[in-house]
Every structure is written in structure tokens, then in C-alpha cells.
Design a protein around this ligand. Structure first.
Ligand code: CA
Length: 225
């Protein structure tokens, strides 16, 4: 089934190219070319889109305002902002308005496709309680336990552990972990992920789970004797 997507972009040439690129990637694209039309379309209940790609500079109302109104209605649909310049204030404003990711124009279409896919993967909300072996995670309180012992985890260690547990029994790449826990940051490196994993291994002592290294690729979390 094609991934349902709303594209809000007033630049006709860019929009036309993006629609064709995304359709070729098995995405069902609906195009809207101004802010007020986007706002009207986004009042549908339930929202028929898995991801929204939203330009900031739009006729009518701008992308920030479209996003602000969307979030004010309580919609959690992931939003990727398109910005014309890599200005820190745009990035901060986007975050504050509730954006999940952003791309600076001009961008490679392959990068847009990859970011949309990463956002779509996060759509399905994971269960609040996750567990394996003696390890349990409560996503609502962000608390991890081994048996009765509460683990002292940094925010990033928590993110890595939660992602691994959500994908227990499956091999995940370091890049997938980075995409999941730092979608805004380009400051998280593959080496840093390795550091978090080695710290987690120490903290998971007694949990009867193992984070196995899949050489040259990533990790696999599984139950251990
Ligand atoms: Ca524009």
C-alpha cells in the first residue's frame, strides 16, 4: 500500500518534481499549494496522512502557522519542514511549533525519501511497556528496570535501549538507531552509538538479555540465558 503523504509546496516546478519522485517510491502524494488550503485539508478526522512535508514560505499562512494549528488540534502526525535557508532561528521555531525533522533547500530527493521513511517508521506508537528477560521499560515514565533495580540511564542511552527493545530479535543498523533517537541532530556519530551500547551492556548486568554486535552493520538485542 502506498504511503499516504501530504506535500505542501507552492513552488510549482519543485512540487512537480517531488510528486513524481515520491510516487516512484511508492508514496501516495496529495499536493496542496498554499497555507490556508493545507490548514483546511489537515482538519480531516482522522488525518489520512502518514507524513506531512511542509514548506515554510507559503501564500496564505506560512508553514509555521499551519504546523502550529495542526498541533493545537492535537494531531501527532510527523511533519518534515522544508526551509529555504539553514537558519538556526527557523530550526528552533520549527521545533517549537512541533516539527519532527527538516530539510534545507536545495536537497537531494534521495535524502527527502530517506527522511520520510524514517518518520513513517515512527508513526506506529510502540507499546508503553516493553520487556525482555529481566529487563522492563516503561516508555511513559522513561524508567528502565532490571528486576526491581531501576537503571540510571542518560537520555541517549535510554533512546538506544528503547529502540533496541522495540526491535528485539531483529538486526538494526547503527544508522537506524541514530535516525530514531536523534532525528534533528547531525552530532550523533556511529562511534557514539558504540559507546552508548557498551555502557548499556554494563548496566544490563543480570538482565538476561544480550546486545550482540553484528559486525560492520549494527546490533541485535535478544534474550540470553
Ligand atoms: Ca515556498
Amino acid at each position: 500500500m502506498p504511503l499516504p503523504l501530504l506535500l505542501v509546496e507552492d513552488d510549482a516546478v519543485l512540487a512537480d518534481g517531488l510528486v513524481r519522485t515520491l510516487q516512484a517510491q511508492d508514496m501516495g502524494v496529495e499536493l496542496v499549494v498554499d497555507g490556508l488550503a493545507a490548514d483546511a485539508r489537515l482538519q480531516a478526522q482522522p488525518l489520512p496522512f502518514s507524513v506531512i512535508v511542509l514548506d515554510i514560505g507559503l501564500p496564505g499562512i506560512d508553514g509555521f502557522e499551519v504546523l502550529r494549528r495542526l498541533r493545537a488540534r492535537g494531531a501527532a502526525c510527523p511533519v518534515l519542514l522544508l526551509t529555504a535557508r539553514d537558519a538556526v532561528e527557523d530550526r528552533v521555531r520549527g521545533l517549537e511549533a512541533g516539527a519532527d525533522d527538516y530539510l534545507v533547500k536545495p536537497f537531494a530527493s534521495a535524502e527527502l525519501v530517506a527522511r520520510i521513511r524514517a518518520l513513517a517508521r515512527r508513526v506506529a506508537p510502540p507499546p508503553a511497556q516493553l520487556g525482555l528477560g529481566q529487563l522492563s521499560l516503561d516508555s511513559a515514565t522513561r524508567r528502565a528496570r532490571v528486576g526491581e533495580r531501576v537503571l540510571d540511564l542518560s537520555a541517549r542511552e535510554w533512546g538506544v535501549l528503547e529502540y533496541l527493545l522495540q526491535h528485539a530479535g531483529r538486526v538494526v543498523s547503527k544508522q537506524q538507531i541514530i535516525d530514531a533517537i536523534a532525528p534533528w541532530g547531525d552530532d550523533l556519530t556511529l562511534n557514539a552509538v558504540e559507546v552508548y551500547v557498551s555502557r548499556l551492556r554494563l548496566k544490563l548486568d543480570g538482565a538476561r538479555v544480550a546486545i550482540r554486535t553484528i559486525r560492520g552493520f549494527g546490533y541485535l538485542l535478544e534474550a540470553a540465558a
